[in-house]
Design a protein around this ligand. Structure first.
Ligand code: ADP
Ligand code: MG
Length: 703
């Protein structure tokens, strides 16, 4: 018998939930907290003091010694600075722990060492963190002991957002306001708020710690920079949904427990397509909480891997030639009286509100395809998007057969009279039930797919924060709702106007809908004909943040100022240049100090063998050929290595970050490839015992 695990008891045991607040707070304080949570506004200082004390008492009872304002700077990961609850001892030397409302609400970390994209000179280093009351405080256990973490937003002294959360919260507010205008037009007076919900499916790789430690590329760059393909990759399709290995299973079990304690609804786990690749999906929740929780998921994945003598790789492309990792960002919008605006119902062709919402989303996605593309880009994702894998770099929308047909009818005739039905799936076996069939099959190749009652944005990178994609989604849809509401609120004949508007939008923006194979070359040509942008890389996408169209959108809804956008664009170039620089330096190190010396030893062995074979009076032509081949490849490596050193030095000296980023992409990356190609060929020739690193086969199959 295995031990009983009480998931209900474990769940959220490390979270200061609303339920716990209700138990410990005086009624009036609890009411005030709830009101601010639901309606916004500020908590009074007296209430904040009471909440802080209750929060500290709970945290201390559960072993906490420190608190931290937990925030999400523009590095894409989280930041924390711990402060103990200790205070001045009294005359007798006794110390009483304390935590005030002021400390709860506001923090003041030194902002100078976080990326700001020129927003703040280092001598004006003041930055503030502000408590996000809508995301619950939690306890984090680590080597440091137990820390009370307070989710916060992070801004500069002059009020500019220095983090990923502030714009997300602003975008949620904009979406709520504009979506409310839409539902009111359809008679829903009861709704007071519309919330974006997000469920991110997180992919990851596991690798044995000992093997990982022998790979400087994995340690410094998070991905392999050298490595010949293993004899077996993913071609047998035996890993996806395959039986989970014991060691991986034990890891998943621990990971689930850690996440449940933190109130993360870890729900689904399975093997992914590539060997040693896996996925975890939680149940969807309010966007800002989903963003926080996804950060916790990524952190926990890494932390738990340590305990199991493994490492977790979140990079989008740890290994060339096999599937990379992404994050499917499932997104929907729901009113607080329970209406999912993306639920088509039984008869979507007659559901005018749904059709209007759909038309608005088509408009939003087509108008701002470049922004969506940008929001899903990070350095690692450049190896996936548009690189023959995962969704292509072109944004399109998949609606499925049924909705596609509805849109076509509306565009052609202004009415959608018929509806393609799902029907029954006959199993043909008497003892098996026949199944109700969905009206639409799945499409795995679409970057933005309608999946029943939500959109699944599949471009997002596995290592990236999901804050940006959701900020953009909320913002662009808010804008489309706003424009539609502006028109419809003024209409004399609402029925006519909404009918015209749906037809007009669907006609105008139909080009963004594509239901075919997004991986095919035909689609790339077709998309070009349709005029859809095909933005190939992160740095080419960066400029979309500061176009006139983007600035207008973000300023209109108070999501970003122009200055904030410019700073974010600059950070993208900086991040790109720094990342590729680390990769280049790592390659220089590995090639110069490990691969080339190993190959030199190997050629010496070969030369000795040739002499010995010849001395024995035998034909050594095979060995001679091998030596020639090896020496030629070694020569190629030497040349590329020297080119890479020069290019890296040239890049490092560049002053303009944008120019520098493009130089890294167009020059340095190419030379990196020129260095890798002969090295990977050599790996296939050189005696395995002399090769300095574990192979792809070992990395992916020895987990
Ligand atoms: P798949 O079959 O694509 O793996 P699932 O239906 O299992 O998808 O859901 C994947 C993710 O989408 C989960 O995180 C799930 O909670 C989330 N999800 C489901 N419904 C919604 C919704 N209405 N809004 C947002 N996310 C949702
Ligand atoms: Mg999915």
């Amino acid at each position: 018998m295995s031990e009983v695990m009480n998931v209900e008891e474990i769940f959220a045991s490390d979270v200061f939930t609303l339920g716990k607040m209700k138990e410990v707070l005086p009624k009036d304080v609890y009411k005030e907290v709830k009101k601010v949570m639901d309606e916004g506004g500020e908590l009074s200082m007296s209430a904040a003091n009471v909440v802080a004390k209750a929060m500290k008492d709970w945290a201390v009872e559960n072993g906490a010694t420190h608190f931290t304002h937990w925030f999400q700077p523009l590095t894409g990961i989280t930041a924390e600075k711990h402060d103990a609850f200790v205070t001045h001892p009294d005359d007798s030397g006794k110390m009483l722990t304390e935590f005030s409302g002021k400390e709860l609400i506001k923090g003041e970390p030194d902002a100078s060492s976080f990326p700001s994209g020129g927003l703040r000179a280092t001598f004006e280093a003041r930055g503030y963190t502000a408590w996000d009351i809508t995301s619950p405080a939690f306890l984090k256990e680590s080597g440091c002991g137990t820390i009370l973490c307070i989710p916060t937003a992070f801004c500069s002294y002059t009020g500019e957002a220095l983090d990923k959360k502030t714009p997300l919260l602003r975008s949620m507010q904009a979406l709520s306001e504009q979506a409310l205008r839409i539902v009111r037009l359809f008679g829903n007076q009861g709704a007071t708020k519309v919330t974006a919900s997000v469920g991110p499916e997180q992919e990851y790789f596991l690798v044995d710690k000992e093997l990982y430690m022998q790979r400087p590329d994995l340690m410094f760059a998070g991905r392999t920079l050298f490595g010949a393909p293993a004899p077996k990759g993913q071609e047998m399709e035996d890993h996806y949904f395959g039986v989970i290995k014991e060691r991986v299973g034990a890891y998943m079990k621990d990971l689930n427990i850690e996440l449940w304690k933190l109130g993360v609804t870890a729900k689904t786990q399975h093997n992914e397509v590539a060997p040693a690749q896996h996925e975890l999906a939680p149940i969807y929740e309010t966007a800002n909480i989903a963003v926080d929780h996804n950060q916790l998921v990524m952190e926990a994945m890494k932390r738990v891997a340590y305990k199991h003598d493994m490492r977790c790789l979140l990079h989008e492309k740890p290994y060339a030639g096999v599937n990379g990792s992404g994050k499917h960002n499932n997104w929907s919008i729901t009113t607080d009286n329970g209406v999912n605006l993306l639920d088509p119902g039984e008869t979507p062709n007659e559901n005018i509100q749904f059709l209007l919402v759909l038309a608005c989303i088509m408009k939003a996605v087509d108008t701002h395809a470049d922004l969506l593309r940008q929001s899903a880009s990070d350095v690692g994702n450049d190896h996936r998007l548009g690189a023959n894998e995962a969704p292509p770099a072109i944004i399109s929308m998949f609606l499925g057969e049924q909705l596609d047909d509805v849109v076509r009818q509306l565009v052609e005739t202004g009415m959608a009279k018929s509806l393609k039905e799902g029907g029954k799936l006959m199993t043909g076996v008497k003892t098996l039930p026949d199944l109700d069939k969905d009206a639409t099959d799945r499409n795995r190749t679409s970057p933005f797919a309608f999946t029943g009652n939500k959109f699944e944005f599949r471009m997002v990178g596995s290592a990236d924060s999901i804050a940006s994609p959701n900020t953009i989604l909320n913002a662009i849809v808010a804008e489309a709702f706003c424009e539609a509401a502006d028109r419809l609120e003024k209409a004399n004949d609402f029925e006519m106007e909404v009918h015209d508007l749906i037809k007009e939008y669907m006609t105008k923006y139909q080009r963004i809908v594509f239901n075919g194979d997004g991986y095919s070359d035909e689609w790339i040509m077709e998309a070009e004909k349709r005029g859809l942008p095909n933005i190939k890389s992160m740095i080419e996408a960066a400029g979309s943040l500061t176009t006139e169209k983007a600035v207008k959108l973000f300023e209109k809804f108070g999501i970003f100022t122009k200055t904030e956008l410019e700073s974010r664009e600059e950070i993208i170039y900086e991040t790109y240049a720094k990342t590729i620089n680390i990769e280049a330096l790592t390659m220089i190190d590995m090639a110069g100090k490990q691969i080339i010396p190993a190959v030199v030893s190997y050629t010496k062995n070969l030369a000795d063998t040739i002499n010995a074979v010849k001395a024995a009076g035998c034909d050594a032509s095979v060995q001679v050929d091998l030596l020639k081949e090896t020496s030629a490849l070694l020569g190629d490596m030497r040349e590329a290595l020297s080119d890479l050193k020069k290019a890296e030095a040239e890049a490092s000296a560049m002053a303009d970050v944008k120019e520098q980023a493009f130089f890294y992409k167009e020059t340095v990356m190419n030379i990196m490839q020129q260095l890798r190609t002969p090295a990977d060929k050599l790996e296939m020739i050189v005696d395995k015992s002399m090769w300095p690193f574990p192979t792809y086969g070992e990395l992916m199959f020895e987990v």
